[in-house]
Design a binder for this molecule. Sequence first.
Ligand code: SAM
Ligand code: SF4
Length: 476
Amino acid sequence: MIFKPEICAIPDKRMTPFIDVNEIWSHISETAKPEASKVREIISKSLNKERLTLHETATLINADTPELIEEIKQGARDLKKKVYGNRIVLFAPLYIGNECTNNCQYCGFRTSNKTAVRKTLTDEEMIHEIEALEDNGQKRLILVYGEHRRYNPEFIAHTVNIAYSVKKGNGEIRRVNINAAPLDIAGFRTVKEAGIGTYQIFQETYHPEAYSWYHLGGKKRDYNWRLTALDRAQEAGIDDVGIGTLFGLYDWRFEVMAMVRHTNHLEACYHVGPHTISFPRIQDAVMENIGLKYMVSNNDFSRLIAILRLAVPYTGLILTARENPVLRREVMEFGVSQIDGGTKLELGSYSESINEEQDLNREQFKINDSRSLNDIVNELIEDDFLPSFCTACYRKGRTGEHFMEFSVPGFIKRFCTPNAILTFAEYLEDYAPEETKKTGWESIEKNLTAIGDDKFITEIRDRINRIKNGERDLYF
Ligand code: SAM
Ligand code: SF4
């Protein structure tokens, strides 16, 4: 598939801001009250594995009758089922430090919050946290940091190295992603050398004026520095990047369009779109100071996930424990590909037992899904999803894996499903209670059968037997 740069008001240039507010709003106003036939045409384009233009995305946003909304959601379900199958990748966030010199109005770590308990994990504390996460069965982490001179590229690289080095029993962390403040190109090079997976930065809101309402102090006030951060990451050789919007800060329709625009920009300049898109909604936090004007209802939230799925069909979608279990379960089928499980935000809380009740003074915001990783695994099995801890692609140098899954015929059958099965088998052997073992192995059998190629199934079974005999980290 060849990426075609979008024709837009601002020509795409590397390292140059690319959001044109008027352009986005004019797409939205020009596509008001779309014909049902037009909406259906766009849904089929997406099901034919083509990324949508801004105009087409705006058309889906404007399709707001109950019937058309349902058709869009069905399109997203079909795309998920037909193209991606039933795997869900699991990960956990690990907060490294909450010192912060910014003053983001929505965040409990903002510098003006004097009640926040500030902490940066020591090396030893980090090791304990990672051991505890490994004991739960985690293999993929995202390390999270405030924005502070302490958390410079060398420090981030150091923490990544620690995360990879901790091994407990059969436990190890095989992929470390990062969510941290924007760096300069040299800084991005430093963290790349530490072997990170995805570098994730959320723009929060892509609307420059709204951005200035909420970001009142510190380096984060500079909208363009943040907007072009992932350009600098690409210039430094990090081609695996994640984007996101904090929904609730501005009109969700604008933000969805802007994320598609960001995707187009990265494709036009670097020939690779973002690896993942995140769509957190604002949750309660100490001193959180955002009005209700742009709050996104559950209905609009599920709509926007379905629209994103169709608009950028080959980008991973991440849904976090900010959302409650019922809603998470419901929107998963619209094409979510990664979720966190067993999440704790309080610094040091994976290895301590102080987490009886959430203490907002120690957390960035309140989460609504505090179930254990195993509870989440049980629910996935029940809903016919295949839990995956796979980290094979980036370790095999197959970057842009979500794009490959999508566009390379047979990729999912050849790599993704078998690797999901093998990593899930490891989880069942090493960490699952008896009841999960039982349903988990049944699910593996079902997924093996669905592969349908006897010779290949035998090859996977052979690896499963090796796992049962104690070998680990077998992948295709
Ligand atoms: N300090 C870095 C930064 O701002 O880029 C790291 C990210 S911060 C620790 C992780 C993300 O959490 C932010 O980018 C923001 O989108 C999100 N966040 C902050 N406050 C939130 C809240 N009250 N509810 C939900 N998400 C929130
Ligand atoms: Fe600091 Fe990030 Fe919170 Fe803003 S969102 S106050 S930069 S930790």
